[in-house]
Design a binder for this molecule. Sequence first.
Ligand SMILES: [Zn+2]
Length: 78
Amino acid sequence: MEIDSNKSKADNGSNKSELGDLIKVKAILSCPSCSYSKAFKNQFQQKNIENMVVNLKIFDWMTCSCGELLNLNLEFEI
Ligand SMILES: [Zn+2]
């Protein structure tokens, strides 16, 4: 009599949280009609990417003191 036990162990160590997974973002606001220009630097962890999007949406409709809508340029360092 043979007993064949086929136990499948799914023992994969799943999500290991990696520290130091930072995305650096440089947001540059510039005005098309006057010479206003300002750069903001920030960094986010990859898991907090939604926070970054919220932050950037605020920038997206900022206007210059001269009344023009500011252009937003993003530079990512991953
Ligand atoms: Zn302006």
